[in-house]
Design a protein around this ligand. Structure first.
Ligand SMILES: [Zn+2]
Length: 240
């Protein structure tokens, strides 16, 4: 009799733990879906775009070295697990969703540096900088998705044809226009530009920006809360 009672006690305890775990999972997933609505609203209700967009007119936040590369909803943040990313492979930069048609919303250099475009890059450019927050270190800013949905038309500025190598650009230089090209075989997620800050390897060449550990949290460079852990409301403003 005693053992049976004890066994039941265990069954009840395990059931309670399972129920608690399920409730926690539900809570976490509903708070995560609360972070998705800005993008959802952006694409389903264009009337909300004015109140969601960060528009800086290429001015950096006070005391920050970088200016935002484009106007629009800063939808996906650095280290963001929101779809199409996951907790195992989070977003390595910023996705800025502009208000306009493909090829219309300008993309600008966030900071002065030397621009390159590899011969097979349809939609991307990368700029080499002396790190303003850690002088002497070389970092890179990477801009992509600047092509039509199927990749047939590039929206990179004509000043930077494929094969451009180490050409000086000022902060605010026009690099191209937002597009919908997500890369061969990848599903487009809507008009935007992807921006990331990329570290160099030992030889001083940019590393693979698809890996989070090769990228930097852009928050201190822009003076804005841009790390997913900051949970910023939209539109995102300068830090005070
Ligand atoms: Zn992105």
């Amino acid at each position: 009799m005693m053992t049976r009672l004890r066994r039941w006690r265990w069954v009840i305890l395990v059931a309670l733990l399972l129920a608690g775990g399920a409730a926690a999972v539900l809570l976490v997933s509903s708070s995560r879906s609360n972070s998705l609505p800005p993008i959802h609203r952006w694409f389903t209700d264009p009337d909300t775009r004015r109140e969601l967009a960060t528009v800086m007119n290429r001015q950096p936040c006070p005391g920050a070295p970088f200016s935002l590369p484009s106007d629009g909803l800063i939808g996906l943040l650095w280290n963001d697990p929101a779809a199409p990313y996951t907790v195992f492979a989070t977003h390595t930069g910023l996705d800025i969703f502009g208000d306009g048609a493909p090829g219309e919303v300008p993309v600008y250099a966030a900071y002065g540096g030397y621009l390159s475009r590899l011969p097979d890059w349809k939609a991307s450019v990368i700029i080499r900088h002396d790190d303003p927050l850690q002088p002497g270190r070389t970092i890179w800013t990477y801009y992509t998705h600047m092509a039509s949905r199927d990749g047939s038309e590039s929206f990179v500025a004509p000043a930077f044809p494929p094969g451009t190598d180490d050409v000086w650009v000022e902060r605010g230089a026009l690099l191209g226009y937002q597009g919908e090209y997500a890369g061969a075989g990848r599903a487009p997620i809507g008009l935007h530009v992807h921006f990331s800050i990329v570290l160099s390897d030992a030889a001083g060449v940019f590393t693979n920006e698809a890996q989070l550990s090769n990228t930097l949290d852009p928050s201190p460079y822009f003076g804005m809360p841009l790390n997913v852990a900051d949970l910023p409301a939209r539109p995102i403003h300068c830090r005070r």
